[in-house]
Each structure stands twice: as structure tokens, then as C-alpha cells.
Design a protein around this ligand. Structure first.
Ligand code: FAD
Length: 287
């Protein structure tokens, strides 16, 4: 099923997982999926390490298992940086053969040496390329606080509109910790003529190191309420985990009350946390 169809029925709840980095640890993902299956997500998306051939195999294998073994709709991420058109064609052929109908079409991060290679400069070019050749449901990434390379949020939204015009059917946001940024972004999208479903990407924070890494990568704003929580509980992992779960649940409840199209939970392959959040929000999402 194309995931865009699900938004017509209810507020969507989806999960994101990543292929385990440690060689030989791929099996652990299957026990994670087994646990996540019990939470009845509308779909599960599987990340893909840009430029990495091994990761792309793992993405395909896991996304295929989500769909065919766990009977959950799956989304395969596909960052195009460093890929030729032939690479992309081969990749999407594999996805199709595995029964995958949804692709999260991305550019990927520019490598540290700044060298861009491959046939695609922006995700919009990949989206148009896929659209012209096959009937996948295409999802794109978006950034409520602006993408780190964009000088202004207005420029970023203009580029986002290009991606939607190229054929993106649905959007998923980067993580954020201040819902007001999301509401302003949603309003700006609407004014720019972007009317596809926008899912809010929520990451439960369970340790300080994780969040410091994320902030340096994505440059998201940390509200006072959030930094106070991190400072208070940084040396008490269990309290930090519980506070992080409560913070994410609170964000989701507010977003749902304000009519969000869907929630995409960055699970960090941690089914315990996903289950706790599900417990806290599933009635709210279904109401
Ligand atoms: P683009 O849409 O191409 O945008 C990149 C920058 O270029 C932006 O600043 C944008 O404003 C600008 N831009 C876009 N189009 C144009 C244009 N036509 N002209 C001029 N400027 C333009 N990365 C991975 O490697 N693997 C993953 O699995 C992965 N999953 C992700 C999932 C989500 C939900 C999100 C939000 C991000 C994910 N990423 C992943 C990270 C993503 O690859 C990076 O954020 C990357 O830097 C940008 O990708 P993009 O698809 O948004 O790029």
C-alpha cells in the first residue's frame, strides 16, 4: 500500500529503524521488529547510509522483511548522493521486486571533504527521476527550522515546494523539540502551496550525548524546558530515559491536539522506548 493513502483514514503513526552498524548484528533488528509489530504502526521506514553499498543491502533486506515477514507497510530510504542513474535504477528495481511501494527520496549529507559525486545534486532531481520511471509513492524530508545549508527558512521552503512539484506525495520532518517551530513551518508550507501530508518526526531523547550529537548535526533549537531536563537527569540514566519518554509523549499529544497529519517516531531501534510512548499516546492518536 502507498503510505499516503493511510492519511485519509486517521492520524498516522510510523516508526523509523536503522540497519545495525555492527557486522553480525543484523539479527538484532528482527527482534526489534517483532516488538515494534505489537504496536501496530502504520508503516516502518528503514534508513540507508549514504554512499554505503553494504548499508543499501541491509536497507533492502530489512525493508523487505518489514513488508513480507511482519506484514507492515515499509518505506525504504534512498539517499542519492554519490549514486549514478544506473545505481538508482538498480536500487529501485530491487525495491520493486521485494514488494516495496514507498521510497523516502533523499539527497544525503555532503561528505566532509565537500566533494559531491554522482548524477544527482538535490533530492528533487531524484524524486523527478523516480516519478518519470515508476509508480512508487515518494516521500521527502523537510526541516521545520530550516536545513543547515539553507540561508533562510523561506529559501528552504521554496526548495521544498520544488520537491513537492517534482512529485513528493508526503513529507516527514527532521526531529525538533519545540512544537512552535513545527506550527510556523506548517503555516508557511500552506502559504507556499504545499498541501501534501506532513508528518512530524519525533525523537525521544534518552541520553545527553545522543542529543549533543543530534544538535551538532541538525542545529535544532532546544527549549529551556528541555535543557533543564537534560541538566537535571544527565547522571541518572533511568530518570533521563523516563523524562525523555514523557517529553516526547507530551510533544505528540500537543501535535495531535493541533491536528498533525502524523507522527514519525525515530525509535533508535529501541522497542522499549517505542512501547512506552505508544502506551502514552495511542488513544490520543486514535481519538
Ligand atoms: P535536499 O532536498 O536536496 O536539500 C538539501 C539542501 O539543498 C537544502 O538546504 C535545500 O534547501 C537545498 N536545495 C534543495 N533543492 C534545491 C534546488 N533545486 N536548488 C538549490 N538548493 C536546493 N540521510 C541519509 O544519508 N540516510 C537516510 O536514511 C536519511 N533519512 C532521513 C530521514 C528524514 C525524515 C530526514 C529529515 C533526513 C534524513 N536523512 C538521511 C538526512 C538527509 O539526507 C540530510 O538532511 C541531507 O543533508 C539533505 O537531504 P534532503 O533530501 O533534504 O536534500
Amino acid at each position: 500500500m502507498k503510505t499516503t493513502e493511510i492519511f485519509k483514514k486517521h492520524t498516522v503513526l510510523s516508526f523509523e529503524v536503522f540497519p545495525p552498524k555492527r557486522t553480525g548484528a543484523v539479527d538484532t533488528i528482527y527482534s526489534t521488529l517483532e516488538e515494534l509489530q505489537k504496536l501496530h504502526p502504520d508503516f516502518i521506514s528503514v534508513t540507508y547510509g549514504a554512499g554505503g553499498n553494504e548499508n543499501c543491502k541491509a536497507t533492502l533486506e530489512i525493508a523487505a522483511a518489514v513488508k513480507n515477514n511482519y506484514h507492515i507497510e515499509s518505506v525504504a530510504h534512498l539517499p542519492c548522493i554519490g549514486l549514478s542513474k544506473e545505481d538508482v535504477l538498480s536500487q529501485i528495481r530491487h525495491f520493486k521486486e521485494a514488494g516495496i511501494e514507498n521510497i523516502l527520496a533523499l539527497r544525503g549529507d555532503i561528505p566532509k571533504d565537500g566533494e559531491m559525486s554522482g548524477d544527482f545534486r538535490y533530492a528533487g532531481e531524484l524524486i523527478a527521476f523516480i516519478r518519470e520511471r515508476c509508480s512508487f509513492n515518494v516521500i521527502a524530508a523537510c526541516y521545520p527550522e530550516g536545513h543547515t545549508e539553507s540561508e533562510t527558512i523561506a529559501a528552504d521552503i521554496r526548495n521544498l515546494k520544488t520537491k513537492v512539484d517534482a512529485g513528493a506525495d508526503q513529507l516527514i520532518t527532521q526531529l525538533f523539540f519545540d512544537n512552535d517551530y513545527f506550527y510556523r513551518f506548517r503555516e508557511r508550507c500552506s502559504l507556499a502551496g504545499i498541501h501534501v501530508p506532513i508528518q512530524a518526526g519525533i525523537m525521544p531523547v534518552v541520553n545527553k550525548k545522543q542529543i549533543e550529537r543530534m544538535v551538532s548535526l541538525c542545529g535544532v533549537h532546544l527549549p529551556r524546558k528541555f535543557t533543564a531536563m537534560m541538566e537535571r537527569y544527565e547522571h541518572n540514566p533511568e530518570a533521563m530515559r523516563d523524562a525523555g519518554i514523557a517529553y516526547a509523549a507530551d510533544q505528540i499529544i500537543d501535535l495531535t491536539a493541533q491536528g498533525v497529519d502524523g507522527i514519525h517516531l525515530y525509535t533508535m531501534n529501541n522497542p522499549y522506548i517505542a512501547a512506552k510512548i505508544y502506551e502514552a499516546v495511542h488513544r490520543v492518536l486514535a481519538a
